[in-house]
Design a protein around this ligand. Structure first.
Ligand SMILES: NC(=O)c1ccc[n+]([C@@H]2O[C@H](COP(=O)([O-])OP(=O)(O)OC[C@H]3O[C@@H](n4cnc5c(N)ncnc54)[C@H](OP(=O)(O)O)[C@@H]3O)[C@@H](O)[C@H]2O)c1
Length: 176
């Protein structure tokens, strides 16, 4: 199963600089619990922001793939900070990362999560790679400069969690 996972405000904002526009520990907990035991694929900038926030080069309990146009450089630079199982592993396309986790980390590849940022979300949506999306709709409008691509028409959503500050929807492709 390939799942896109994201959080956005009412205007589809997802980022401010290289950070999240909001501070929602419960949503981060949802992300952690949902992705645990799977593969998480992110862009190089999102990976750097996770590293700044957690102080670690990988999310524990998950296999971490990072997309960059220069995988060799980043793999070499990160060699000392990685984990034998979790990585991070660097690849130059979403398809290559998906193929490699299925081949090299089958135990972690049953659930694959595409976790941003914008370019990677766009590629996953345009390439029809997704089985579902888990989207946290944060209530209100925030300041920032990175937006989620448009997606509504082709997806059917249902609420899976309703909290004071946000609602989490699961979206599946609309039947043709
Ligand atoms: N709200 C959320 O759910 C959420 C989730 C994730 C991120 N964010 C936010 O989004 C922002 C970061 O997103 P972003 O869109 O600016 O950057 P990003 O997608 O995280 O990273 C962009 C980088 O990824 C690499 N890349 C992207 N597409 C690629 C492809 N098809 N093939 C190979 N490499 C590729 C390139 O790395 P190189 O330059 O190394 O070649 C590119 O510069 C931050 O503000 C972050 O907090 C929010």
């Amino acid at each position: 199963m390939i799942t896109l996972i994201a959080a956005m405000d009412s205007e589809h904002l997802i980022g401010r600089g290289n950070e999240l526009p909001w501070d929602l520990p419960h949503d981060l907990k949802f992300f952690r619990e949902t992705t645990m035991g799977g593969t998480v694929i992110v862009g190089r900038k999102t990976w750097e922001s996770i590293k700044d926030r957690t102080g670690k080069a990988f999310l524990d309990g998950r296999v971490n793939f990072v997309l960059t146009r220069d995988p060799e450089k980043w793999q070499t630079e990160t060699a000392e900070q990685g984990d034998a199982v979790c990585g991070p592993y660097f690849e130059n396309s979403l398809e290559a990362a998906i193929e490699r986790t299925r081949k090299d980390h089958p135990d972690f590849a049953t659930e694959i999560f595409i976790a941003g940022g914008r370019g990677i979300y766009t590629h996953a949506l345009d390439g029809n790679l997704l089985d579902r999306m888990l989207i946290t709709h944060v209530r209100g409008q925030f300041e920032g400069d990175v937006y989620f691509p448009k997606f509504e028409g082709d997806w059917v959503g249902r609420v899976v969690e309703n909290a004071r500050e946000y609602r989490i929807f699961e979206y599946v492709p609309r039947p043709k």
